[in-house]
Design a protein around this ligand. Structure first.
Ligand SMILES: Nc1ncnc2c1ncn2[C@@H]1O[C@H](COP(=O)(O)OP(=O)(O)OP(=O)(O)O)[C@@H](O)[C@H]1O
Ligand SMILES: N[C@@H](CCO)C(=O)O
Length: 317
């Protein structure tokens, strides 16, 4: 569980008043999530999610919050940040930057079938297209420069074979990032963390994407690769599930066909997607922060996924 900062009922009441969202009925810390403090905030007017940002700064946050607003207003089912009477969507609670968004219907589908993967693929492509006219810029803060900075920090904590794999993959990704094919990849705002636990479903109907706080401008292919690595694998082994991956890619391409450069670099981006989360999980595991409720994710999972993507390159049918 992750509640890094405790919010009191009087503080929640004051926030609801500022946002003109009615009277407090319940404030409940949310289990799950490892980045931010999250509460379900229920008032007599509706159900909301209060997020206190633990690492992101007030300078970085407008990119994410306005992106969510932009996407919500473009018909993509994402939480819409609540504004105060001055139109401000970034607030302060307990001295931390904070936001209140509407609570999405549904629940996470943690054992997805092809039909769920197709729904994610189609909506991901619609989201990429809807982001084209979003005018704010911010890079993916967990992109290649962060990998280059963070790998030396985690290397002393891991065994020799893992060090060798991490070093080799980082060198490979630096090489890919300098290639003409990479420069030709279409880019825009991406979610960059669209795992099973960041999408809501009601049955087979997708009801929302959320947790945009790793979003940034990056290649659309990286976003698709992150999804394939989570939605379309056998979780215990990291082995690729071809029918689910095909369903996701077909649905994505029905909205936006992949370019030649994207087809060429899909295997490399699948590796990049695994590397990114291996590094962040190592970092969270070996350099943890204080939290009153926190369960770090298992880093070895993405070591296995990376090994799988290297041994069995992801090719399009
Ligand atoms: N807008 C929302 N609507 C409904 N439920 C939400 C919403 N936002 C968050 N939640 C719930 O809160 C939980 C934790 O949120 P989230 O995944 O954003 O945490 P985090 O710490 O920011 O992220 P991470 O997944 O990066 O560790 C989610 O699994 C979900 O159950
Ligand atoms: N989705 C990430 C957690 C941070 O959002 C992971 O599984 O490592």
């Amino acid at each position: 569980m992750a509640v890094f900062t405790e919010v009191s009922n009087p503080q929640a009441r004051e926030l609801l008043r500022t946002l003109q969202l009615g009277e407090l009925v319940e404030l409940r810390g949310i289990e799950g999530g490892i980045e931010n403090t999250n509460y379900f905030l229920t008032s007599d007017r509706g159900e909301y999610v209060l997020t206190l940002f633990e690492r992101l700064t007030a300078e970085q946050l407008p990119f994410y919050l306005h992106l969510m607003k932009h996407l919500a207003h473009s018909g993509i089912p994402v939480p819409d940040p609540c504004a105060d009477k001055h139109g401000e969507i970034l607030h302060t609670v307990c001295g931390k930057p904070a936001a209140v968004v509407n609570k999405l219907r549904g629940r996470s589908q943690l054992a997805p079938q092809a039909v769920h993967c197709a729904a994610v693929g189609g909506m991901l492509a619609r989201m990429h297209l809807a982001g084209r006219d979003y005018d704010r810029q911010q890079p993916n803060l967990r992109g290649l420069p962060w990998w280059n900075d963070t790998v030396p920090v985690v290397l002393p904590h891991i065994g020799e074979p893992q060090q060798a794999l991490l070093r080799a993959e980082l060198a490979y990704q630096n090489h890919v990032a300098a290639s003409p094919a990479y420069a030709a990849l279409p880019r825009g705002p991406v979610h960059a963390d669209l795992f099973r636990d960041n999408v809501m479903f009601e049955g087979e109907t997708l009801t929302g994407f959320f947790d945009f706080y790793f979003a940034g401008v990056d290649t659309w292919l990286f976003d698709l690769a992150v999804c394939l690595n989570d939605w379309c694998i056998d979780l215990p082994t990291g082995v690729h599930d071809a029918p689910r991956a095909q369903a996701m890619i077909d649905a994505y391409q029905a909205v936006r066909p992949l370019t030649a450069a994207e087809r060429e670099l899909l295997p490399a981006m699948a590796r990049a997607g695994a590397l990114r989360f291996w590094i962040s999980r190592l970092w969270d595991f070996y350099l943890p922060r204080e939290a009153s409720m926190l369960k770090p994710h298992d880093p070895t999972h993405f070591e296995r996924v990376l090994q799988q993507r290297i041994a069995h390159p992801l090719r399009l049918a």
